[in-house]
Design a protein around this ligand. Sequence first.
Ligand SMILES: Cc1cc2nc3c(=O)[nH]c(=O)nc-3n(C[C@H](O)[C@H](O)[C@H](O)COP(=O)(O)OP(=O)(O)OC[C@H]3O[C@@H](n4cnc5c(N)ncnc54)[C@H](O)[C@@H]3O)c2cc1C
Length: 301
Amino acid sequence: MMAVTTPELKGVLKFDEPMSRHTSWRVGGPADHYYEPADIEDLANYLRQLPEQEPVMMIGLGSNLLVRDRGIRGSVICPAGLLDGFEIQNGKVLRVEAGVPCAIVAKRCAKEGFTGLEFLAGIPGTVGGALAMNAGAFGGETWPLVKKVETLDRHGVFHLRDADEYLVGYRSVIGPEAGKLQEWFVAAHFVLEKGDGEKSLKRIKTLLAERSKKQPMGVPSCGSVFRNPKGDHAARLIEACGLKGFRVGNAQVSEKHANFIINLGEASAADIEKLILLVAERVRQEHGVSLESEVRIVGDG
Ligand SMILES: Cc1cc2nc3c(=O)[nH]c(=O)nc-3n(C[C@H](O)[C@H](O)[C@H](O)COP(=O)(O)OP(=O)(O)OC[C@H]3O[C@@H](n4cnc5c(N)ncnc54)[C@H](O)[C@@H]3O)c2cc1C
């Protein structure tokens, strides 16, 4: 493993970087190339100088990612904490860059007296990840508040896009680039609504307390593994199969929340993936429901 700073680029390029360092499950083999851009322009320069055939993946805080044990071929780009611009424009719009953690967006907006983004407080990812996933919690979702997004494409070309260019659903976002040149989010413009800062901060506290009552905290996980099927809860179906506490190696269905899989210590990505498949199969057999993974599974196994 080695890290270099090339003279043309301002960021840091690492080789064979273990993805277990960058995923909340703490598993995942090496990325061939792992780039930490200095800013948006630098990220565009990195994309421009890549060979045409190099696969590229953008990640945030890896809180919705299962990276398989043999890792990721090509380049993984991580702007978390690096693309960190945060600017309230005319008291009406928040322009925030993709690497800013959701929790910071929620707290800063509340402190500035804006309401609507409190639900982001408990989502342990970045703005980029929240845009890609249409992350949501406690009745709030990311995209209804998005006015525009800034993206970079595979050739490092910048685009400013309207929210209505995207087809957005439950944990699903399809962009106008789908099936064409790949694009990644580098910033979002959120519409802000004036609120009461004290109330928003209180609401954040309540939402975080709710979470820690229901979800396993402080153990490696990826949050909810499966999307909720229409009109039901994946956790209810899994629990009804008696799968709470069920293990494959050191991957375990959480005793506290059946839609969470936790890494008890030295789990491999293969253990987790096997457990995901086993749980889905049991739910299919016992309830006739096909659960779909919310977690993105990537890389070579
Ligand atoms: C304890 C826990 C609780 C959670 N609770 C919730 C919850 O309440 N609600 C919820 O919705 N999710 C929840 N999650 C899941 C996760 O936090 C969200 O999906 C989050 O939005 C992922 O953000 P990330 O930055 O970590 O993205 P990553 O996990 O790094 O990436 C997720 C996907 O987004 C893509 N992506 C990331 N950044 C970009 C970008 N800049 N441009 C384009 N694509 C990009 C990646 O390629 C990948 O496909 C939880 C996770 C954990 C661990």
